[in-house]
Design a protein around this ligand. Structure first.
Ligand SMILES: [Zn+2]
Length: 352
């Protein structure tokens, strides 16, 4: 089969499209024919060698996979899965046996592994994964939608419905309304009855955030954007900030909080170290919550919501497998709206 392999780290890294042996299902595994695979900032860190995890090259990246089962470990009898099933794949692979997995917190697994980082991922025609990482794609959700929501959308679902709670009438600030996590967070918060404010760096992103359900969008290039958020809420502040950027953005998020408010964060693309003023933090009884990945239940919920039309993927562009490096370049350029996907096979065209 054809697979993209990262052979040298860098920005850009060096990718090669190679012929590699077809993956075989290992113990308890299934082989999935990849139909679409989404790109995420994680892929850029992987490309650059910027993850605090040892990585062995060459490696096939790609963690947000939708596809069809083409083989299953013959020893796994009584499996709920069969060849031909359409599946999304949970990218934070988990052992299923540790203390945390046993209580459904697979995102806290003690022996977790990242698909597309610590083992070969989805920028390939096929991928082999443990069957416990499979989630059925419901009727009415196509491969592109699934690949555009599985990772970023379920990350937002985990943040808003598992790590924190949104009550009807709450003010929610979703950082980066045109990003994968931000665009999903706006829609989820809106569905939960919140009033949503978002941030965007240009007019196109602002319009997108508004179309997804944000009531107000502040300009993230304006150094005073947090003051703008306070003004919108009549100086009260917001109940919840959904944050995934880190750095100075995270510092400003605390200025946006109402008393008793919460910042939940799942990323640090703009910086992993922040300074933190403890005085307003405890006086205003704020909460600061970390969120990592997602549990299987979060993916199921995300795809169910997609099937019910409650959350829609935002797709910027789709690249063929041999153009994966260009897809990475697009993500690094930051000139995109929504998700960038890679597909290994030509979509069936009606015109020919
Ligand atoms: Zn575990």
């Amino acid at each position: 089969m054809k697979a993209i392999q990262l052979v040298a780290h860098g920005a850009p890294g060096r990718f090669e499209l190679r012929d590699v042996p077809d993956p075989q299902p290992g113990s308890g595994e299934a082989v999935v024919q990849v139909q679409a695979c989404g790109l995420n900032h994680l892929d850029l860190w992987m490309e650059e060698g910027g993850l605090p995890i040892p990585i062995k090259l060459p490696r096939t990246p790609g963690s947000e996979i939708a596809g069809t089962i083409v083989a299953i470990d013959p020893r796994s009898t009584g499996s709920e899965w069969k060849v031909g099933d359409n599946v999304a794949i949970q990218s934070n692979l988990f052992c299923g046996e540790c203390e945390f997995c046993k209580r459904g917190e697979d995102s806290m697994c003690l022996r977790g592994e990242l698909l597309g980082v610590q083992r070969d991922g989805g920028f390939a025609e096929k991928v082999s994964v443990p069957t416990r990482a499979l989630v059925r794609i419901p009727e009415g959700v196509d491969f592109d939608a699934s690949a555009a929501l599985t990772l970023a959308g379920s990350t937002a679902m985990h943040m808003l419905t598992h790590r924190t709670q949104v009550n009807p009438g709450d003010w929610v600030l979703a950082i980066g309304g045109a990003s994968g996590v931000g665009s999903a967070a706006i829609q989820i918060a809106k569905q939960l009855g919140a009033r949503v404010i978002s941030t965007a760096s240009n007019e196109a992103k602002r319009k997108l955030a508004l179309s997804l359900g944000a009531e107000f969008v502040v300009d993230s290039n304006d150094r005073m954007w947090s003051a703008e958020v306070r003004k919108i809420t009549n100086k009260r502040g917001v109940d919840l900030v959904v944050e995934h950027v880190g750095g100075e953005v995270l510092e400003k998020c605390f200025d946006c909080l109402a008393r008793g408010g919460t910042v939940v964060t799942c990323g640090a693309t703009a910086g992993r170290e922040v300074s933190f003023n403890l005085w307003p933090f405890f006086v205003k009884q704020h909460r600061f919550i970390g969120s990592y990945g997602r549990n299987r239940a979060d993916i199921q919920k995300t795809l169910e919501w997609a099937a019910a039309g409650k959350i829609k993927p935002v797709i910027d562009s789709i690249f063929p497998l041999d153009q994966t490096a260009a897809a990475f370049a697009k993500l690094r350029s930051r000139h995109f709206l929504g998700k960038v996907l890679v597909e290994p096979f030509e979509p069936e065209s009606e015109s020919d």
